[in-house]
Write a protein that binds this ligand. Sequence first.
Ligand code: ATP
Ligand code: MG
Length: 552
Amino acid sequence: MSPCPHCAFSNPPSASFCANCGRGLTRPPAAKKTSPQAERRFVTILFADLSGFTALSETRDPEAVRDIINACFDRLAPIVEAHQGVIDQFVGDAIMALFGAPVAHEDDPAQACRAALAMLDAIAAVNVERDLDLGLHIGINSGTVVSGGVGSRGRQQYSVLGDAVNLAARLQDAAERGEIFVGAATAQLTRAQFEFVERGVMSFKGKSEPQLVYQLVAAHAAARAPRPLHILTPLFGRARELALLQDLLRANATETALRVVSILGDPGLGKSRLVQEWRSAAAADAANEFIVAGCAPDGNLRAFALLADIARALEARQHDGAADASLTLLRGILEPVTVGGEMDAAALQAQYVNALRAALTHLTAQTPIVLVCEDLHWADAPSCQVLRRVLNTLSNARLLFCATQRLDRETAGWALMEALQELSGAAALQLYLAPLSEQDAQAMVSQLAPGELPVKVRELVLAQAEGNPLFVEELLEMLIERGDLKREGAQWVLTRELDALQTPNTLQGILMARVDQLPPDARQLLQIASVLGREFPLELLERVAAALREPA
Ligand SMILES: Nc1ncnc2c1ncn2[C@@H]1O[C@H](COP(=O)(O)OP(=O)(O)OP(=O)(O)O)[C@@H](O)[C@H]1O
Ligand SMILES: [Mg+2]
């Protein structure tokens, strides 16, 4: 039997997901934790400090106090891991945790915030269970740090060093019991997903400038997408894709058949934006109804996470009594699965299949439906199995299944779409999004920074973005936000010499998460190549790589 690292439930050795809490049973790879190789990376650091032990020490003996501290840590450590963080160290009554090192995920700053909120709840629960009055205060900050082996030779441990770490520790010091203080960098990256209260500027030891401090109060409901969709400019290009999608809609409204469309492309190329534009265009005739669900970056670790989101989306629409019965069952997915000994995973899956099939059959009988699943590359395998079984039997419904996906071929979502494309044959469509043309990217820059823009800025942004609309937006925003680019009348002026552009914080997670997915050899090669430049002779890369491999 393999115990669940999150809830300790005993699962069969072959299980990938816990039958009790639904979380993944395989821990994220920890191999790099021991790697002493130093590298710079963008990390979110969390310090959580327990308080209230002084009073406790007066009435209990030291062993009892130690047991209580350890019981608290036993509650807090799994919360860090469940949010894809790692414990860096325990320092006295405090925990230091890292999100984004040694392995980056797209939403590390948000995961750190979620973990912090869950930690406060966990300590409140310990207080109730043991009749105690313990407190917790937390500091979170994000920034570029140096990671790798830290310590004297032979005794090195993986850790991170840098200004961002110090500020996280100071924020924790400044927070009172029950408070989570967050630095400006983290708050800026997560403000769409969480509620913050500004606590004003504070001076901290080691920082020459006073820092703006935010208090994390709560998570916004149902905002798990790592990046909300911004519509900052009109849509450029994509006329062909929109026309094809519109054709599919017309067919869906008139003939029964299972239609399947994949919108494919790298992060930021505009998959979600295309869906949004399609929905707006479709709203005019209202012949089809859109139901939109999606996956979060850690979705593949939570069994039935996608199905739960589909249930949420179905529930959110106006529905009548007949659909209610199946929705009640689906709604159960929204709560942590509690099957215990009553029902095995196969029976549970069969129930979900029946419920989803009933709900979709009922809906499509009333009106043609477009079921959109965003970010299918993060979908969990059990949900994909259910979807495959359900859609297999709905070939006579007015149903169009649409997925947005990155080109990650090793995922459950990819396998699902391959199977569905085959199933629906002629009614299947794959739309690969290409980067914007030079002309469209130019037009986008002009829209985002109207007026006269220094040639250097235009060149750097266009070269670095390579037709990716998200990169165009984020690079320009970074320059304006940092004050490097200022508007003076109808002109934009550079306030300092600019040779290259840094990577905006908003893109760090996306880029690092992809680099960290590579096997170690490929990753090292990429690092060498990045030093050589954007274009170089293959021979040069081979020679540098060979020289670095030779022992000194
Ligand atoms: N064709 C376009 N014209 C103008 N802006 C665009 C275009 N495509 C995308 N954008 C803008 O670029 C940003 C990123 O787009 P979007 O979120 O749709 O990317 P995505 O492919 O869904 O990325 P991800 O894989 O991370 O979900 C958004 O602000 C969007 O409005
Ligand atoms: Mg998207």
